[in-house]
Design a protein around this ligand. Structure first.
Ligand code: URA
Length: 241
């Protein structure tokens, strides 16, 4: 056995792990001769291939068999950022069963009423990196507020707010939009209800909150609330920095 032996994986497993097809569907694709491995038609679903090197195609289109899955979701209001809940729907309910089975989880949380960019993955190491307070990954939110944010709020957030309960916030960005009834808030950390608590502390309670960006990822303008797509290879590479 050479070193590459550990990287050999069943082709049906590789394809179903992408979340696009169930094992049963893969079996059917193989039976129909629609799956090629390095240009050669795969004869049996249980055939093995080097997961790090093989080029698999289905109907001529290359399939990305990366070991982890990364999903960009436009979180709608009303869903919990959790993997499961006894009483309420979660963001996982928006994904097809093949993906749910992979054990994806949201990278960080958005409040139930917050909308916008949520990353889901089964890559625990990357999630840890993105959430680590030491990494200071920027998160950009658009907030609509009661009242108007102004230059004093900008300065207060830039200096680092101390909330009523003593919570110390890192310096944060605040950019008023239009007449100041909306603004962009950039955080480098993710404390509980942080944007809402910071703006409430400035006497500008949040009426609606939407996440636009997380690190290098920007919410795809083509997605509607509740829709999702896989990250592109470029987005994945950018996330890894
Ligand atoms: N800050 C909040 O207050 N809520 C969120 O959902 C995200 C950041």
């Amino acid at each position: 056995m050479n070193d590459g032996g550990e990287r050999m994986e069943r082709i049906d497993k590789l394809l179903s792990a992408t979340g696009r097809w169930s094992r049963k569907e893969v079996k059917e694709l193989v039976r129909q001769g629609r799956v090629l491995a390095d240009g050669r038609t795969v004869q049996k679903p249980e055939e093995k291939a080097d997961l790090a090197a093989v080029c698999l195609t289905v109907d001529g289109a290359e399939v990305d068999c990366a070991p982890f899955v990364y999903v960009m979701l436009y979180k709608p209001a009303g869903l919990l950022s959790a993997t499961e809940d006894k009483n309420q729907p979660t963001v996982l309910d928006l994904l097809p069963p093949e993906l749910k089975k992979r054990g994806l989880f949201p990278v960080g949380r958005l409040d139930k009423d917050t909308t916008g960019l949520l990353l889901l993955t089964d890559d625990g190491a990357l999630a840890h990196e993105l959430l680590s307070p030491k990494k200071h990954v920027d998160k950009v939110y658009r907030a609509e507020v009661e009242g108007r944010v102004d230059g004093r709020d900008v300065a207060a957030l830039a200096a680092g707010l101390v909330l009523g309960d003593g919570t110390v916030c890192l310096p944060a960005g605040l950019e008023p939009l239009g007449d100041g009834s909306a603004c962009l808030v950039t955080l480098r950390e993710g404390k509980y209800h942080q944007v809402k608590r910071m703006l409430a502390a400035r006497g500008k309670p949040v009426r609606a909150l939407h996440r636009l960006r997380m690190g290098p990822l920007t919410l795809d303008g083509g997605l509607k609330p509740g829709q999702w797509r896989f990250l592109t290879p470029r987005e994945r590479a950018e996330l890894r920095g």
